[in-house]
Write a protein that binds this ligand. Sequence first.
Ligand SMILES: [Zn+2]
Ligand SMILES: [Zn+2]
Length: 285
Amino acid sequence: MTSAPSKLYADDVSLLVVSLDTNPFFWSTFSFPFSEFISHVLAFFNSILLLSQLNQIVVIATGCNSCSYIYDSSSDSNHSSEAVGMPALYSNLLQKLEEFVAKDEQLGKAQTPGAIASSLLSGSLSMALCYIQRIFRSGPLHPQPRILCLQGSPDGPEQYVAVMNAIFSAQRSTVPIDSCFIGSNNSAFLQQASYITGGIYYRPPQLDGLFQYLSMVFATDLHSRAFLRLPKSVGVDFRASCFCHKQTIDMGYVCSVCLSIFCEHHQKCSTCGSVFGQSQSAANL
Ligand SMILES: [Zn+2]
Ligand SMILES: [Zn+2]
């Protein structure tokens, strides 16, 4: 009997860190309204918390200028909600979300409007990994962490290096990155993130049933996944972005010292300073 709690923790208890895409540039042009999306996602969060009282959810809002923690189910403030007739989860999260979106919009005014279409995935992945590292160091008994990216915005090639660093860091800590991508084209960043970390990448074909997809595919804890037939990836876009212009490229030059990628020939590597000789050749990425 004494070993029961530790076994329970090791197998079944989930810590789900969610990156929630709030990019207004994406949502204002997308056919599925943000309010609908949120109602599906909140129902999903509720079902995760109902699966085990030890399950924990942390939500990070991912805007186009900033990221912020907007909800933590383990925090005490969730139990003292003033709103009558509305579950604490909903009122707290929605209020924080509203504040975040307003603040994120203000930050954007300093920059050129319309220039940014991608959201700050690299920032929210880094914040998720920081949170998870803190849990890892909190003691031997901790829930099994995983990251879920609920993303719709297209990839920002300028974030390539930061996103890849976050992916490799998650891989090293054996934290799977699950991706539910709702945009019209697949996300190469998230395909690579899920592939490299052993998570699930899935693009729901019908957003009306988003809750069903979320609860059938992404609610399963890491232990149970071994017994299920979850969607397999159909293919991964492995293309990289060049370090010089931050553009997605098919062919490029790779520095043999630091593995930086360039779309055109340079005399000197801008990352590590190595001087290139004549024998350098193009590598197919
Ligand atoms: Zn370039
Ligand atoms: Zn180099």
